[in-house]
Write a protein that binds this ligand. Structure first.
Ligand SMILES: [Ca+2]
Ligand SMILES: [Ca+2]
Ligand SMILES: [Ca+2]
Length: 336
C-alpha cells in the first residue's frame, strides 16, 4: 500500500528518509511535510535525517493525532454480554443450547466461510462443548471493532463463542471475555453479529483501553445502541432480533429479500422431502433455523417462519401491523 515519492530536495540532502505515504512542499527553502495522502487508519510516521529520527508522530486520515501513543499496538480485552432472541428462554433467563446438545455447533467458526471474517478461521476445542448450565455453548458470534469515524469500516474482528448466560468467551481458550491482539488506537464502535439474528452496535465509539476489561452489556436496555428498536426487549432483557435467515441485516417476512424464502428453499430442496411438503422438518446447523433448536420448521409447532412473522407483527415500529414490514437493525447499511 505504501507509495514513496521522491521529492527533488532528496537529491540534495543525502541520507534523508521518511516512512509512509506523503507529499511535500518546499517553499523558500522551508521544508513542510503534508501528510494528507496518508491512509485513513492510524499509522506511525517517522522523519529521519542521516539515520537520525527527528520526528515520529501518529497520523490518521491525514491528521496528526493528539498523542503519538495513539498508534501503539496493544491488546483490547472486552467483556461482552448478549442474548439471542431465538434460543432465549425468559423463564430461565438463559438461552437454550439445543445445537450443542445435538453436537451441531461446528468446531470451526462459520463466519470465515460466510465471508464476514477475513480469517484465518478460528477453531475451538470439542472439550468446551461439554460445559453445561450458564457456560453451555449456544453458538458462534462475531465480535467487531469498527472505525470511530466510519462505523461501516471494520478495523478488527474475531469469532467468539456465546454461552447460555450471555457471556461472549474466547473460542480458543474458553476463558472469560475476548482479547483482540495488536489493536492500534483505542476508540472504536463495538458490534456483535450473529448468522441469523440482527447484529447490534454501540451508539457511539468507546474508549476500550483506558479501563480494561472494557465491559459492554448488550442484554441491558440501558446500553445505548445504534438504531431504533434495534433489539427486542422482553421483561427488561434486550435480545438480538431473530429471523435474519439470509444474513442481510434486515428481517423480511413477505416481499423482496424475504427471509422466509430461505426457509422454504431449505425445506423444499431437502433430499428426504420426496413429496415436496412444506411440513417437512430439516434438522441441522442451518441459517434457516432462526430459533436455534436444531430444526428448520415452516409450519406447525416450533415454526421458524412463525417466529419471523411474530417479530414483524409485534415490532414496535410496525404500527399498522403490516406483513411486509421490514425490521432494520443497528448494522443495516453498515455491512460492506
Ligand atoms: Ca457464563
Ligand atoms: Ca434478512
Ligand atoms: Ca428452529
Amino acid at each position: 500500500m505504501k507509495k514513496y515519492l521522491f521529492p527533488v530536495w532528496m537529491l540534495f540532502i543525502p541520507g534523508i528518509a521518511m516512512s509512509g505515504t506523503y507529499t511535500y512542499q518546499n517553499t523558500n527553502g522551508t521544508l513542510a511535510v503534508d501528510y494528507t495522502a496518508v491512509t485513513p487508519s492510524k499509522t506511525l510516521q517517522t522523519l529521519s535525517v542521516n539515520g537520525s529520527t527527528i520526528a515520529t508522530n501518529c497520523y490518521e486520515g491525514g491528521q496528526r493525532t493528539p498523542d503519538s501513543s495513539d498508534c501503539a499496538s496493544s491488546p483490547v480485552y472486552l467483556q461482552v454480554r448478549a442474548f439471542l432472541q431465538g434460543p432465549y428462554n425468559a423463564a430461565t433467563g438463559l438461552m437454550r443450547d439445543d445445537l450443542r446438545v445435538a453436537q451441531r455447533v461446528p468446531i470451526t467458526d462459520p463466519y470465515t466461510a460466510m465471508g464476514d471474517y477475513a480469517g484465518p478461521a478460528i477453531s475451538t476445542k470439542a472439550l468446551y462443548m461439554l460445559a453445561t448450565g450458564g457456560d453451555a455453548i449456544v453458538d458462534w458470534v462475531l465480535l467487531e471493532l469498527r472505525n470511530a469515524d466510519n462505523p461501516a469500516k471494520v478495523e478488527y474482528a474475531i469469532p467468539a463463542l456465546l454461552q447460555s448466560d450471555g457471556d461472549v468467551v474466547q473460542a480458543q481458550t474458553f476463558s472469560p471475555g475476548v482479547t483482540l491482539d495488536g489493536v492500534v488506537g483505542s476508540r472504536f464502535y463495538v458490534s456483535l453479529r450473529h448468522r441469523n439474528h440482527l447484529g447490534v452496535i454501540t451508539a457511539t465509539a468507546l474508549d476500550l483501553k483506558t479501563v480494561s476489561p472494557a465491559s459492554i452489556d448488550f442484554s441491558s436496555p440501558n446500553t445505548a445502541v445504534r438504531g431504533d428498536f434495534a433489539r427486542v426487549v422482553t421483561q427488561g432483557i434486550a435480545q438480538l432480533w431473530a429471523g435474519d435467515a439470509n444474513h442481510d441485516e434486515r428481517i423480511i417476512y413477505q416481499g423482496t429479500g424475504s427471509d422466509t424464502t430461505v426457509l422454504m428453499r431449505e425445506i423444499l430442496l431437502a433430499s428426504g422431502n420426496t413429496s415436496g411438503s412444506l411440513n417437512y422438518i430439516v434438522p441441522g446447523y442451518l441459517n434457516s433455523d432462526v430459533t436455534l433448536d436444531g430444526d428448520t420448521i415452516y409450519s406447525g409447532a416450533g415454526s421458524d417462519a412463525t417466529r419471523i412473522l411474530g417479530n414483524i407483527y409485534t415490532h414496535p415500529g410496525n404500527t399498522s401491523h403490516a406483513a411486509n414490514y421490514v425490521i432494520f437493525g443497528g448494522l443495516t447499511g453498515l455491512i460492506q
